[in-house]
Write a protein that binds this ligand. Structure first.
Ligand code: ADP
Length: 190
């Protein structure tokens, strides 16, 4: 069983790569952003709560996010491994995930970061905003706020996973296929 955390700034390509990796390695893809957006679309209480944060480019509170993620894992008992995309995004989430997996006799195998320059990513998101319909992709100020959130709350996770000897990084600039290959090279050596 392998459990991978796909790590990177907004727009780094986590979702795109997850689509390829989940099939190749038979992993259950859990994207917290996608799950929140699904809840918003279906107007659930969770969606209504998450929307107030997401539209501003703020992180959804840990308690809510952690609980949601855990129930998604619990809903997939047959899974042969998870690909976490957009989670964890804070140290508290990472600690909760470690404890939760440990309680199931599992652990994170590796965290792989997709690295790319901020300015390239902001442009990518603005471009995506033209077609994605996502309110958080359409306003440069909200995009910048997502990077502030990342720098303050998510970036410290690199050290968290480095200390556990689980942190890997690949260059996130290139064609989709090239980047899938770089990620696969890391996973194949785990
Ligand atoms: P991106 O990586 O492009 O920002 P996501 O779809 O991963 O897109 O996330 C969109 C938004 O969903 C985030 O800005 C945040 O508001 C919320 N979100 C997603 N994952 C988390 C998380 N682990 N913790 C808190 N908020 C989250």
């Amino acid at each position: 069983m392998i459990n991978i955390v796909l790590f990177g700034k907004p727009g780094a390509g986590k979702g795109t790569q997850a689509e390829f990796l989940k099939g190749k390695y038979n992993l259950t893809h859990l994207s917290t952003g996608d799950i929140f957006r699904y809840n918003i679309k279906n107007e659930t209480a969770l969606g209504q709560l998450a929307k107030t944060y997401m539209d501003q480019g703020d992180l959804v509170p840990d308690e809510v996010t952690i609980q949601m993620l855990q129930s998604e894992v619990d809903n997939n008992p047959q899974s042969s491994g998870f690909l976490f995309d957009g989670f964890p995004r804070t140290i508290a989430q990472a600690q909760a995930l470690d404890a939760f997996l440990e309680s199931k006799g599992q652990k994170i195998t590796a965290t792989i970061a997709l690295e790319a320059d901020d300015e390239i990513l902001v442009q990518r998101l603005l471009e995506r905003g033209k077609t994605s319909g996502r309110p958080d992709d359409q306003d440069e100020e909200k995009i910048r706020n997502r990077y502030d959130e990342y720098n303050q709350k998510t970036a410290p996770l690199m050290q968290f996973y480095q200390e556990q000897g689980k942190f890997h990084a690949v260059d996130g600039i290139g064609s989709i296929a090239e980047i899938t290959e770089r990620l696969s090279n890391v996973i194949d050596r785990l």
